[in-house]
Structures are given as C-alpha cells and as structure tokens.
Design a protein around this ligand. Sequence first.
Ligand SMILES: Cc1ncc(COP(=O)(O)O)c(C=O)c1O
Length: 445
Amino acid sequence: MTPTRTRSRSQELFERAQRSLIEGVNSPSRGSAVFAGGPLMIERGRGSRVWDADGNEYVDFLMSFGALIHGHAHPVLVSAVSQAVAEGSHFASATSAEVEAAERFRGMVPSAEVVRFTNSGSEATMLALRLARAHTGRTKFLKFEGHYHGWYDPYLLNAHSHPPETLGSAESPARIPDSEGIPSSTFAEVVLVPWNDVGALERVMKKHGRELAAVITEPIMANMGCIPPRDGYLERLRDVTRQWGALLILDEVVTGFRYAPGGCQEYYRIQPDISTFGKALGAGFPVGAVAGPRLLLNRMQWGSGMVLHYGTFNGHRLTMKVIAANLDLLAADHNAAYDKLHALGDCAITGLREVFKKRKVRAIVQGLGPMFQIYFTDRDAIHDYRDYCTWVDTGKYSRFVHALLDLGIYMTPSNGLHWIISTAHTQADIAALIDAGDRACAELS
Ligand SMILES: Cc1ncc(COP(=O)(O)O)c(C=O)c1O
C-alpha cells in the first residue's frame, strides 16, 4: 500500500533515539522488533486520539498497553494531578491520598480485604509469589504456557511464542526461558502446564499439587492476544488449588478494572486467594497492587518472619490521587463506564467479523467487549498457547496493522497484544476502525 502519511520526523527522531537508547526505546515491545521500519514517535494525546511527531492523527486502540482506561489527558485526571503536583509530588510518609485510593479499591474488588500498592504489575506478581511461598512454606509454583506475569526471573518461562515444533508435547512441555541471565535453578521451582485444559491440570496437580505454594494464572490469556477461559475452567482451577492447598494467584494486571468494577474475579465469579493489578488501575500512571485477605497480607507486617516489601515510590502520592479519581470515574452512575466499554467493544468485534466475512478473509476476532484480538487463521477459535504458536499467521496480522496505521488507526503490530477500548472511545471511532479494517483487507488481498 502506498503510505498516505509522511513519517519523516518520526524516522529522524527514532534514528537519534537509537544513539542513546537500546533499540531506541525502553522496552522491546515498543521498538523495531515489532514495528517494521521503526515505531511512530507519538508526541501528544487527547481522548481517543494521538498525534505523531509529523502531526499525523490516529485513533488509538493500544491505549498504552491497556493502561489508559479513560484515554489520554482526561480532564478530571489532569486536574487531580495538577493540583497534587503543586502541593508536592510524594512524601514517602503515610498520606491521606493512599487511604482514599485503598478505600475505593476495596469498594470495587470483591476479594480485597486489604491492598498493598506497588509501582508496576511486575512488582505486584513478584510480591504475590513471595507472600504465597511464605504463607504455605512451599517453594514451587505452577505457571501456564504462554502466560506473561511481568519480567521477574521465575515467571520467564514460555511467556513468548515459539515455532510449534519446538514446544514438546502437552504432557511434557519444552521449557523455554524468555531471557538470558536467569539461573536454571530458578526454573527448577516452576511447574509448567498448558492452559485451558482441565485434564492436563488435574494430572499435574495430582503429581505436584502438594508441593505447590501457588498456581498463577491470567483469567483471560492476554499475552497471546485474547484467549478466554473455556466454560468451567477457572472454577475447576479454583477447586483443585483448594484441594491441594496451593494458593490461587489471579493475575488481573490486564483484566483488572476493565471487565467489571471488580475485574475478572467479579466477571467470572472466582474467589482468588491473592490477586494482582496494574495497568488500568493507574489510568496511565505507573502502579501495581496486590490484594487479598488480611490474614495473608499481614505477613508483610514488620517483625521476625515477615515478608519484605520495600519501595521508595510505593503509594506514590500523585498516582494515589489519580487512582482515587480514576475509580470514582469508573464507579460513577452505577458503573455506567462498564456498559460503555462492553457495548463499544462488542460493536467493534461484530463489525470486524462482518468485514472479514464480506472480504472472504480467513480471520477471527476473539474476546469480549473491552479487549479483543484478531487472528488470521483457518481455525474457528484459538484456545491456548499451542494453538497460537501453530495456527496464527502473525506476519499477516503485522501487515494488516501497518496498513491500518496508514489509515489513521494506531495499534501495535504484535499479535500477542490486544485491542483496547477506553471510556474515551466513541461510536465514531469504532466506525473508523471498521471502515479502515475494510480498506486494509482490500489491500491485503
Ligand atoms: C498479565 C500481566 N501480568 C503482569 C504484567 C507486568 O506488568 P508491568 O508491565 O506493569 O510490570 C503484565 C504486563 O503486560 C501482564 O500482562
């Protein structure tokens, strides 16, 4: 397709960036590993729109990897931050700001008797595992193939996709580290299993259940696109973890405050022992959280035998102010924001499915309301990591997204992420996406 937009200023800036930053970015998911020819340099955002360094306007469906639940520069959040920063950004003492954020959090998340704020989702999942190990006195834990829980050492096993011939069997999965620099002894503590497969889960729990401190899962597999749990899967997971005395850590970093006020634990009615949050909680500010029963989180109380959790910026005052304002916006008018997120997302999903059908493009749109993904595949559904690695044409998806960029739709070309709906999106934005999708299909074929 002939690019309709000039991106020369982005190109220049990206070349300059590469002289000072590794690959020109601060996280590989933003650089030329995913953007052919280099990423756009985004300079400004408002509502559902962003503008790049060349002044091109886009409707943003990446929304800062899901963090921007209210889009860019929401006036209520801008005002909360502006006032707070003028008063002093952070005191690292106890503040009323963290009390207000925590009270609202507890009011929305059913399993949150108490909450501890961290600075990122990775810090939250790291703390959750430490708590689980301390509480159970066990060291092993179970993670699922294809689930990403942040960049803490023990979680970095099979979190990336790989060619199907390298995966081993479902009964005995190949254990593929996602990073150099992690001792193999770290992974000796990790039991690895395919997700969404009750038989595999029951087999492994029978063998290892009594050694496990925890089973950690995303409620919707969000780092191989968007893969919902099969009917009854999360319920069974809850049962077997109870049966073997392993804690269930529900990683809601992506799904929290997105699917329902109480995240997927409310949406699917699952009671985790510990849950972790990030992204949408901070509405664009860096934060994570660990929530659960007081009995468990009390292990962080100072004294001998405590679980240590320090952090200069924990409970950062600006972020806490943003969280309180964010959660008030989400809860306003009896949680009306969630009706909007679901309605708009469902409309986008239906519209894109119709486009693919009309254009006779073999693609499916998978997900629910606020978050979904497009897979170019012959399959009717993608149920797990192995399906994703085997049946999804990620190269075609990348070409599709590059075509959309030229049509004013901003999204990452990485198929492992997902489309995000924010409260700032409108019906007109969804119509623009469907129209651009239609034109991009014409170009693809
Ligand atoms: C499910 C899940 N857990 C944890 C994390 C880590 O969060 P953060 O990037 O804030 O460290 C992510 C990040 O994408 C995630 O998707």
